[in-house]
Design a protein around this ligand. Sequence first.
Ligand code: ATP
Ligand code: MG
Length: 292
Amino acid sequence: MDAPPTTTGTQPRGLQPETMAGASNESIELPMDQREVVFDCRELGVRYAGVRALRDVDLNIHRNTVTALIGPSGCGKSTFLRCLNRMNDLIPSAVVDGACLYHDEDLYGPQIDAIEVRKRIGMVFQKPNPFPKSIYDNVAFGPRVLGMKDGLDDRIEQALRRAALWDEVKDRLRQGALGLSGGQQQRLCIARALAVEPDVILMDEPCSALDPISTAAIEDLMTDLKSEYTVVIVTHNMQQAARVADMTAFFSVDQGETGTRCGVLIEVDSTEKIFTKPSNERTEAYVTGRFG
Ligand SMILES: Nc1ncnc2c1ncn2[C@@H]1O[C@H](COP(=O)(O)OP(=O)(O)OP(=O)(O)O)[C@@H](O)[C@H]1O
Ligand SMILES: [Mg+2]
């Protein structure tokens, strides 16, 4: 095995190395609300072409937890998730306001390099998007770009093992990734995200195109990953949120008098509380299926 990779060369400029991945994960021993705060969002909002899509999100996301984002279509779950790794920067009409602190540093500060941020905060999308390359080259892509070339074979094996895919692909690493099943492709995308040793994994409806067996494999994986990472997942599947998430945030849409619609965070709490005894009646209506 290689020595554990250092974060040197991969940390975003302006972010302190001691606060990044590789820090101890002692926090998993602590109650959820005492675990280290990874993201501290304050009055976070987004407008697209001047139209407000999300406003005033105050939300902490803790280390070594799985946080689920739930809520009706259009309430801003994906918009919020993209704020956490500056993916909204890639949408020219999007403007983010409020603050998003990542390990106490302003993720949107002038000294922060958004590309580096996305290497520390990986993202997995709804539709698996492997590159038209071999399985090996897909997972090697990030490490190669980052110059993490030592012990590449071991790194790839570890990433594929962590993504629960190694046994299925170890004899066909040089074959094309597009020949894998949808569930395998999604686990490959997770391995690709893990190969650069990120701090956080964001997943936007990662199982919505998958069969129940692949979904179960990815849910098991999320539970395993939280011992080392911080995981944030968007899901429309309430059972999935109940199964995998420690914390759940419920978003909804507020309708203005002029018919404008804007996403808001209604409530965040332990998943158990959200599903059994939520504080807000809108959350209760949603989780009991009385509001879509
Ligand atoms: N690129 C964009 N340009 C303009 N408006 C957008 C853009 N992306 C999202 N929106 C708008 O922002 C609002 C929130 O959308 P978002 O995709 O974040 O919702 P969501 O909760 O993820 O919905 P879903 O559950 O359907 O995926 C919607 O009104 C949507 O139309
Ligand atoms: Mg979405």
